[in-house]
Write a protein that binds this ligand. Structure first.
Ligand code: ADP
Ligand code: MG
Length: 260
């Protein structure tokens, strides 16, 4: 291939946004010559490499946009350590089908039983399946809505949080809400209802939601929307964080220390 043709191919690639082919053109050509690829096989391999690189970039960007608080994956998740988590349900959720169907997911459980880890793991899988995801804690979300309201930009903020195909709200119920905050959350959930999926982790069973929101009516109305199309999982057991401490001898559960 003459220098001029080589140069032109590189320019065509750039104009067609075939970044990987442009970057690896020499290597791809050498490989094809070495292996005696047919024209069709060469084209096939080259396009496949470009597609794979684009998919990888898309996932990387999607993960950045999601703002996950930590790097956790479902592959790292130890199902044996947490028998109350149904691996089949997690596998189903990781396909992202629930997002396509605007189904919600509610994870109930005490602190330390892996709720955030599972939420991030499912969130990453949903990004890989091609959907937009945003992760927030309940406290962050309420603070953002509250601030927007006081600045007269509530509609804009609600629209922003209504947009991602999957919104993950972590740690709902750790801090009690004021009635006003509950109304703000309600507006968002109504906007998302049957349009987009919401995944919530909470330490409060549904019977406690009235107390969390300081209002039985709003709690019932919220739960009605959230549970209508939903998967729920109740996670039990000891804190995984404490288990690690216990293994290292730093911590003894109260029940055992009483026996000693
Ligand atoms: P929670 O959100 O329920 O308070 P986390 O998901 O933050 O708990 O879990 C606490 C820590 O323990 C994290 O570092 C998490 O990765 C780890 N962890 C918890 N459960 C598991 C598990 N079953 N397999 C692997 N790591 C786990
Ligand atoms: Mg957590």
């Amino acid at each position: 291939m003459s220098d001029i043709t080589h140069q032109r191919v590189l320019e065509h690639c750039k104009r067609l946004y075939l970044g990987l082919i442009a970057q690896r053109l020499d290597g791809l050509l050498e490989e094809a010559a070495r292996e005696g690829l047919t024209y069709l096989d060469f084209l096939d391999r080259t396009l496949a490499a470009e597609l794979a690189s684009k998919a990888e970039k898309r996932v990387r960007m999607g993960i950045q946009i999601a703002h996950f608080p930590a790097q956790k994956t479902l592959e790292e998740f130890d199902f044996q350590a947490q028998p109350s988590v149904d691996p089949r349900l997690v596998r189903e959720l990781s396909t992202g089908r629930f997002v396509a169907n605007a189904t919600n997911v509610l994870l109930f459980g005490p602190p330390g039983v892996c709720q955030t880890h599972l939420a991030i793991g499912i969130g990453r899988a949903v990004v890989a399946a091609g959907y937009t995801v945003l992760f927030v804690t309940a406290t962050e979300l309420i603070a953002a809505l509250d601030k927007a309201q006081s600045e007269g930009r509530l509609a804009e903020k609600v629209a922003q949080y209504a947009k991602p195909k999957l919104l993950i709200i972590d740690e709902l119920g750790y801090l009690p809400f004021e009635k006003r905050a509950a109304h703000l959350l309600f507006q968002l959930i109504v906007r998302r209802y049957e349009r987009t999926a919401t995944l919530i982790t909470t330490n409060q069973m549904v019977t406690q939601w009235g107390a969390v929101f300081g209002d039985e009516m709003i709690a019932a109305a919220l739960l009605d929307r959230l549970l209508h199309h939903s998967h729920t999982m109740v996670i039990q057991g000891d804190s995984y964080r404490m288990k690690e401490k216990r293994r290292s001898g730093l911590w003894v559960p109260p029940s055992e220390s009483a026996r000693q």
